[in-house]
Design a protein around this ligand. Sequence first.
Ligand SMILES: [Zn+2]
Ligand SMILES: [Zn+2]
Length: 365
Amino acid sequence: MEDLYSLLGVSRNASQEEIKRAYRRLAREYHPDLNRGDREAEARFKDIARAYEVLSDPQRRRRYDLYGDADISPAAERGFADFTSPFGDIFDLFFGRGRRDREWAPRRGSDLTWRLTLTLEEAFFGTERVIEVPRHRECGSCSGSGLEAGYDLDLCPACGGEGRITSTKRTAFGTFTSTSTCRRCGGRGGINTHPCPACGGEGTLFEAERIELKVPAGVDDGDRLRVPGKGEAGSGGGAPGDLYVVMEIEPHPYFERRGEDLYGRIMVSVAEAVLGTELEVELLDGKEKLKVPPGTQPGHVFVIRNKGMPMLRGGRRGDLYLELMVEIPEKPSHEEKRIFKELARLQSRNGNDRKCLVPREADGA
Ligand SMILES: [Zn+2]
Ligand SMILES: [Zn+2]
């Protein structure tokens, strides 16, 4: 077996960068696309690629230096995509954009994620939205084949239509046979010489697609809505992925949502807190009458059952919690001052029994 270093024309102590440069130069020189029908160049190209595969990986290079074990098979069996990844630009150049990541087995397209911002009201009532999602979809002109109408693939000259290439290597440890995906055709067994004019042979088109969404009532921040088949297009006849719409609920000026429950605050005057009052509170879905009994303390929480957010499944609703705040006039009028002074006189306690600290058990409940 020819020495891997001499295959690339570098010395045994060449740096990784030198190895990479040598490989790129030779790969361009011997590439089958530039040497059509030249069997020698083709064999040479394969040898160069194998030498680079081992020497570009520091661990495998070290093992090769120590034992002469080229260890071709594991990485080769990982296939075309893995093999090309460290030097994708060369394969971009030779095989065209997008081809290098494709193996010719049906592969499902990847899922897409889309963030959808909703107001609390929209989350409450549910809504319909139209979004425009840029995605790869199957080309309608060629139904994803990438071929111009009336044409078929040409037989791949590298693998003879097999889609796989079997190679045998003799090493210090014995003979290794490895089968790898054909790099020329990506395992497809054929070459597309008449690409579809609509998609340029890709089989997919990248476009923004209008997608109508029905957002159900009760969705919460982070909830995901699945739209089947609206992810990226599959390859090799594989199904498209799904689109996941992730809900983001905007903060509301008056209500905070915790699970299915809503929390808000209401404000009354000192007099209303003392004498009691009836309020009309504007909720997300209409008005709600609320009785504030005389003597209600600041911080008191009114719980209104079944007035929170609707639940996604089942017709029940969460609860509404309203905390009472008492407005203290910052700039009382003359008349108010007079009345408060009167009140102060009425409520005055002589210095001795004045107690401003509140016993802890009096709080809470
Ligand atoms: Zn092939
Ligand atoms: Zn097409």
